[in-house]
Write a protein that binds this ligand. Structure first.
Ligand code: GLU
Length: 418
């Protein structure tokens, strides 16, 4: 992330928070505590890489920001991406505190990451890097202290290496990390949980607009874990996904895209480009397509001052973290476009992580169906609470979600004398 984008994310976060702080009437001292990270740690991670016929020592930068643990252990993913930096990790750690509070699970918020392009390392190099990172982070971690999970650029395999490294000194401890492979104590349904949750919220929103899913024109930006599972679940529900994209560009078909065929095409060619039956489109033009629901499921700040005026969707569902900047958010509100905020829309991932942690503590795995059924019920209950709070207070969904979340964290702080 370049400096400019990093500032946009931090400004956006502060702006949304201050709007809720004001309506909650919080004093300056309370605001300061809620904004401060509990602990921010930076690690250097030296790894020897074999490049151009010789061994080269490379030192990567890793981060873990633990924002708040008033309501339970720190919880949040580890991101491997070339633009990871302390400011971004700090903003994302805060977002986890509000997300876990909003869905009312007994966790606080954290985030971590390594500034690296994981595609440039082979599997054994990634294993060495991950294990070295965990060796250094290990004193911060614990089943009741801090529990990492996957995020952008990491997956179940990386979580398995984390489990292995931690277990070397602590004995087999599956509850130390979530998003693990099912074979190592991971939960059924965790892999698709974020996208599945986004799809459940989308169906609910479409219903609220008196739209049948098959008539609802949906655009999804991003075809990684979240974008793919959102598209796949919506397709199974009978929805019409008219455009999809990856980093190379977008594909468009008004009649609806066959998501299974898109998956097979990507597995074969690596990209969505050239998907039979679709027209190519730029990523920018795709965001501006006329549609009912737009689901940004890739990067931060993709809807900003430059394109907010051109968005034609009626609803935006934030599957990615922080995809809409605060200036764009204001403009969208003025234009009557509803935004379902990230801390609600994409909370299915950490909710399934919570179920995984509970299963690990109880040493009792749940069935796939029961994980997804619980997840849908829980998320829709929270959606109902947020909509109700927004209506009662004549505010937007994001401010309502932040008010509920901040209120809970603040209450826990007061009760504990934290
Ligand atoms: N990385 C995901 C998020 O941003 C999941 C975090 C977790 O499961 O702890 O919500």
């Amino acid at each position: 992330m370049n400096k400019e984008k990093q500032c946009i994310c931090q400004d956006t976060q502060r702006h949304f928070l201050f709007r809720a702080f004001d309506s909650l009437g919080l004093e300056d001292a309370q605001r300061e505590l809620l904004l401060s990270s509990f602990r921010e740690t930076r690690f250097s991670i030296p790894v020897v890489l074999h490049r151009d016929g010789r061994d080269t020592l490379c030192t990567f930068q890793g981060y873990r920001v633990q924002h708040n643990h008033a309501r339970g252990p720190f919880k949040g993913g580890l991101r491997y991406h070339p633009e990871v930096n302390q400011g971004e990790v700090r903003a994302l750690a805060q977002l986890m505190t509000w997300k876990t509070a909003l869905i009312d699970i007994p966790f606080g918020g954290a985030k971590g990451g390594v500034t690296i392009n994981p595609a440039e390392l082979n599997k054994s190099e990634l294993e060495v890097l991950t294990k070295r990172f965990i060796q250094k982070m290990e004193p911060l971690l614990g089943v009741h202290q801090d529990i990492p999970a996957p995020d952008m650029g990491t997956n179940a395999q990386v979580m398995a290496w984390i489990l292995e490294e931690y277990s070397k000194t602590h004995g087999y401890t599956p509850g130390i990390v979530t998003g693990k492979p099912v074979e190592l104590g991971g939960s059924q349904g965790r892999e698709e949980a974020t996208g599945f949750g986004v799809a459940c919220v989308t169906r609910k929103v479409a219903g609220g607009m008196s739209l049948h899913l098959e008539d609802t024109r949906i655009v999804i930006q991003g075809f990684g874990n979240v974008g793919f599972h959102t598209a796949m679940t919506l397709a199974r529900m009978g929805a019409r996904v008219i455009a999809l994209s990856d980093v190379r560009g977008a594909v468009h078909c008004e009649a609806g895209i066959d998501i299974e065929a898109a998956r097979a095409h990507v597995a074969q060619t690596g990209w969505l480009e050239g998907l039979p039956g679709t027209e190519p489109l730029s990523n920018e033009a795709m965001l501006e397509l006329p549609c009912h629901i737009l689901i940004p499921a890739a990067l931060e700040a993709v809807i900003n001052c430059d394109n907010a005026g051109a968005i034609q969707a009626k609803v935006i569902i934030e599957a990615a973290n922080m995809p809409v900047t605060h200036q764009a958010d204001t403009e969208l509100q003025e234009r009557g476009i509803i935004v379902v905020p990230d801390i609600l829309a994409n909370a299915g991932g950490v909710l399934a992580s919570y179920y995984e942690w509970v299963q690990n503590l109880q040493e009792f795995p749940w069935e796939h169906e029961s994980v997804l059924r619980r997840l849908e019920q829980h998320l829709l209950r929270v959606y109902g609470e947020v909509s109700h709070h927004a209506e009662e207070n004549e505010t937007d969904l994001r401010t309502a979600a932040y008010e509920l979340a901040i209120g809970r964290v603040n209450k826990a702080i007061q009760l504990r004398g934290f």
